[in-house]
Design a protein around this ligand. Structure first.
Ligand SMILES: Nc1nc2c(c(=O)[nH]1)N[C@H]1C(S)=C(S)[C@@H](COP(=O)(O)O)O[C@H]1N2
Ligand SMILES: [Mo]
Length: 555
């Protein structure tokens, strides 16, 4: 347990820490049938035809192995580091998941349309229920860093780890094909499918298939499972990860559609995690059941010995990994800023040269507009905003100043006169939900041209009437360069009407190549500055300062 101060405890350690999983009955039944059918088929085969013979084919004939014997050092290292990165990806992924504990197959994220939810809460309809209200607690024993609404720190871990995971994977696959090791993993005969089925009949009916020495080769089912883990689960996790990037999806909507849409990609990302998890459970069980001592020597020592060195060092290795989870937990709470900066150090330059270059260009229609759009952030409590709201924001004047040659004060009518663009776009919240809406307002480009920023004004700051989780008022920043891109609007309309209060009246920002928290609602004033470092705690916005979110969230 971490001892949070009162403000952080209220966010991260709520009184309601129940954990419930509810799967929509039709999906649960489909999943059960999907698992039971092959089990049933195996039993029918056993009862009517007896246990199938597993014919020898080259891969598994003990006298004629196609693959090379043994596990070279690089295989053993990759195996270990993959374990390190994969477990951390799963642990940090769980913290990210429960920040919006619902998974859907449709983009609108309408409450009730989820196929699984990891919360006991039905979304209330009689009051405003924000996405942040909906975030759930998860035990720090299973997740990194765990607790509630720790998505910023969890993302630092998730991204730092994903680089390790991808580099290990690339190195592994290159080495695999540069040596003969690929023959172990890649099925090279159609007979493998038949053998895999016969092997399955053995396992599913509680028989052990003839045991091969894994030092030389795998049984067919094992080969297919390992092949899938490397060549199917890994790439699917990476590709669906990218399909959740606002910059990628808002530039190439077809890319998310490859996976059935943005939310479907998120669901598949989760199902891939489950596949990895199931793989690990079955893999470890069978390693233990089929000659634990020798198996451990194979993958730890690279020998086919019967001494206990492999087990001893193997457990030491597992101990190191578990310690790394504890250390990650400690770092999450004692050095979150360091983690944020370490992540930024790698990711920021990478994004600047890749995803950040994609300008939004979308193809949604009125039909795509989500029936319900999750709100986030609580209404401003400031008296001046309440007074303005009462008067329908007639009295509101947007102040635009800072390092500009032509500072202005604009009423909503002035802003409307300056220009009105309409875009139907998909909003991506860092928590995981999305929603499609039509936004209308002044392109930021027009405003920039009007106020004429001075050459040293590189950053635009948007200050809100609204507050934040930890006190102080909400602000965020954009580079001037980014607000010049297409579909960056100072919006005063949503779905053809004046912005409703909870969605940001009188004005809000729309920046379609970044995550939702960059889109300040209830805007009071805009200031052009040299750098975000002079504002707040210097990280670029309220969430960047207080919750360790990224300055540039193109993903
Ligand atoms: N002032 C202010 N702006 C804000 C927030 C907030 O809490 N306060 N939340 C942000 C987040 S996290 C998101 S996802 C979007 C949500 O916009 P919506 O309420 O229209 O869905 O607003 C962003 N702008
Ligand atoms: Mo968000």
């Amino acid at each position: 347990m971490i001892s949070f101060d009162a403000a952080h405890a209220a966010v991260h350690y709520p009184p309601d820490r129940r954990f419930r999983i509810r799967i929509r009955p039709s999906f649960l039944i489909a999943a059960i049938v999907l698992v039971l059918l092959p089990v049933l088929a195996a039993w029918i085969e056993l009862l009517f035809f007896g246990l199938p013979h597993i014919p020898p084919v080259p891969q598994i004939d003990p006298n004629d192995f196609a693959g090379p014997p043994g596990f070279p050092l690089w295989v053993r290292y990759c195996h270990f580091f993959n374990f390190v990165f994969l477990t951390m990806l799963i642990r940090s992924g769980l913290s990210i998941l429960v920040d919006h504990p619902r998974l859907y197959f449709s983009n609108g994220c309408t409450p009730g349309s989820e196929w699984i939810r990891l919360t006991p809460i039905h979304v209330p309809t009689d009051r405003v229920w924000t996405a942040k209200d909906d975030a759930r607690y998860i035990s720090p024993i299973v997740a990194t860093p765990g607790y509630r609404h720790t998505v910023g720190v969890a993302r630092s871990w998730h991204f730092l780890d994903v680089y390790g995971f991808i580099l290990t994977g690339i190195f592994f696959v290159i080495m695999l094909f540069d040596t003969e090791q690929w023959r172990r993993l890649v099925p090279q005969s159609t007979l493998v499918a038949l053998q895999a089925w016969n092997t399955w009949v053995h396992y599913a009916t509680f028989h052990m298939p003839p045991e091969l020495n894994g030092y030389f080769g795998y049984n067919a089912l094992q080969q297919i499972a390992y092949f899938a883990a490397v060549f199917v689960f890994g790439p699917t996790a990476i590709l669906t990860g990218i399909a959740m990037s606002p910059a990628a999806v808002n530039r190439f909507p077809w890319y998310a559609k490859l996976f059935g849409g943005r939310q479907s990609a998120r669901s598949i990302h989760f199902l891939t995690m489950l596949s990895f998890f199931a793989f690990i459970v079955v893999h470890v069980t069978l390693v233990v059941m089929t000659g634990f001592v020798r198996n451990m020597n194979h993958i730890v020592m690279g020998t086919d010995d019967r001494n206990h060195l492999g087990i001893i060092l193997g457990f030491a290795g597992i101990g190191v990994v578990v310690l790394s989870w504890v250390a990650a937990h400690y770092a999450s709470w004692h050095y979150p800023r360091f983690l944020q900066h370490a992540q930024k150090f790698i990711t920021h330059p990478l994004l600047l040269t890749t995803l950040n270059r994609l300008a939004p260009s979308q193809h949604y229609t009125e039909q795509d507009i989500s029936p319900r759009f999750w709100p986030n952030g609580t209404l401003p409590v400031r008296e001046d905003w309440k007074q303005l709201a009462k008067g329908g924001f007639q009295e509101f004047r947007l102040k635009v100043g800072g390092l500009v040659d032509n500072p202005v004060e604009l009423s909503l009518a002035d802003i409307e006169k300056l220009g009105n663009a309409q875009d139907i776009t998909m909003h991506h919240c860092i928590q995981g939900w999305t929603g499609i809406a039509k936004w209308g307002g002044l392109p930021m480009k027009v405003l920039v041209e009007l106020v004429r920023p001075q050459p040293n004004a590189k950053v635009v700051a948007f200050f809100s009437f609204g507050g934040s989780l930890y006190g102080g008022s909400y602000y965020d920043t954009q580079t001037v360069e980014n607000v010049l891109k297409a579909e960056c609007l100072l919006a005063l309309e949503m779905n053809g009407k004046r912005l409703p209060e909870e969605y940001g009246a009188p004005l809000r920002l729309r920046v379609e190549n970044q995550l939702g928290y960059k889109m300040v609602k209830w805007i009071e004033r805009i200031e052009f500055v040299e750098s975000e470092k002079t504002l707040g705690l210097g990280e670029g916005g309220t969430n960047e300062d207080d919750e360790y979110f990224d300055l540039l969230p193109n993903i």
